[in-house]
Design a protein around this ligand. Structure first.
Ligand code: PLP
Ligand code: COI
Length: 341
């Protein structure tokens, strides 16, 4: 298979149109059989549920070329399950797990030319999503929906690759207790745009959101969960009902414990504890693991001992092991790798 003419080593995290995408329509209470299409445009009613009341959710996962030349993706079953939870919370019809997995496999296989080569530093980002497509003017769920899935080759989410980030503690809240922070609703991202544009204008890479109820506990950023390493070498991550249950974070906790023999803990993490941490990282499909060097708390800097030039030593081991598993250099736990080709 001849690869697309792309400078793989120099692409950022952006949209590049590939050849095929998957579409399935929901009408009269049932999903149709689904299809691949060349058309990357969508025509919907001006009053569609997604346009008026943001009835939409999405997922994100990646496909990789392994060291031995296969194309694989990482734990797509967990994305399918998380999307089911998102759909239920947004009064959208569930797209069955087997159908989701089939759409991933078919779309990636049809876009083989766009799966970045092993070692290029790029990966194929897969974006499943669903939206209410029929007209609603009273506030209620739509009757018709579309499930879609496209993919696009991507480079690092943060410019500079693995250079430590500077983030700030945000004065905006991301999610209310008992709200929608734990699902991947488009609305969670729309409301974060003001905060991220403001953060960038002020020279920060990302926002650290605190819990909305007490503003004392660490939640997550706009697009990734946190992991911390304590000074005695424990890997800790925030426990909260209003953050997205990151698949990367859940996998890293297994990697830390089972592969690296580290102690792991998922617990509430107070803002006041940040100054005592040895390392900090953002983790997610897009972020992979991006080290954080510094957190700005309203003018007071919290600088991690790992510094501003390199990843901390434990973060680096986690990064190398996780990416090793994803790219087939390290044996994966049972069921983590889905082979496409
Ligand atoms: N938190 C938020 C708000 C996200 O958007 C994402 C990205 O999907 C994550 C965390 C990381 O989740 P995952 O590791 O499943 O990609
Ligand atoms: C992902 O990591 O897949 C996400 O959806 C995060 C988004 C900010 C790109």
């Amino acid at each position: 298979m001849e690869k697309a003419n792309i400078d793989w080593g120099n692409i950022g995290f952006g949209y590049i149109k590939t050849d095929k995408r998957y579409v399935s329509d929901y009408k009269n209470g049932a999903w149709d059989e689904g299809r691949l299409t060349d058309d990357n445009q969508i025509v919907i009613n001006e009053c569609a549920g997604v346009l008026q009341y943001a009835q939409t959710c999405f997922e994100g996962l990646k496909a990789y070329t392994t060291e031995d030349g296969h194309i694989v993706c990482f734990r797509p079953d967990l994305n399918a399950e998380r999307m089911i939870e998102s759909c239920k919370r947004l009064e959208m019809p569930v797209f069955p797990k087997e159908r989701f997995l089939d759409a991933v496999v078919k779309t990636v296989a049809a876009n083989e030319a766009y799966v970045p080569p092993y070692g290029s530093g790029a990966t194929l980002y897969i974006r499943p999503y669903m939206f209410g497509s029929s007209a609603v003017i009273g506030v209620k769920p739509a009757e018709e929906y579309q499930f879609r899935l496209f993919c696009t080759p991507v480079g690092p989410y943060f410019k500079g690759g693995v250079k430590p980030l500077t983030i700030r503690i945000s004065d905006f809240d991301r999610a209310a207790p008992h709200g929608t922070g734990h699902i991947k609703a488009g609305l969670n991202y729309a409301m974060s745009l003001f905060a991220i544009v403001d953060a960038h204008e002020k020279g920060f890479d990302e926002n650290m959101y605190l819990d909305a109820a007490t503003r004392t506990k660490v939640e997550e950023t706009g697009g990734a969960n946190f992991i911390f390493v304590t000074k005695d070498g424990k890997v800790v991550t925030p426990k909260s009902g209003s953050i997205l249950p990151s698949i990367t974070r859940r996998s890293l906790m297994v990697v830390a414990k089972e592969y690296l023999g580290l102690e792991v803990e998922e617990r509430e993490i107070y803002k006041d504890e940040l100054k005592d941490m040895a390392e900090c990282g953002l983790c997610g499909t897009a972020a992979v693991i991006s080290p954080v060097g510094k957190i700005n708390d309203h003018g007071t800097e919290i600088c991690f001992p790992s510094g501003m030039t390199d990843m901390g030593p434990v973060t680096k081991k986690l990064y190398d092991t996780l990416t090793g598993i994803q790219m087939g250099r390290i044996k994966a736990p049972e069921g983590w790798i889905c082979r496409i080709k």
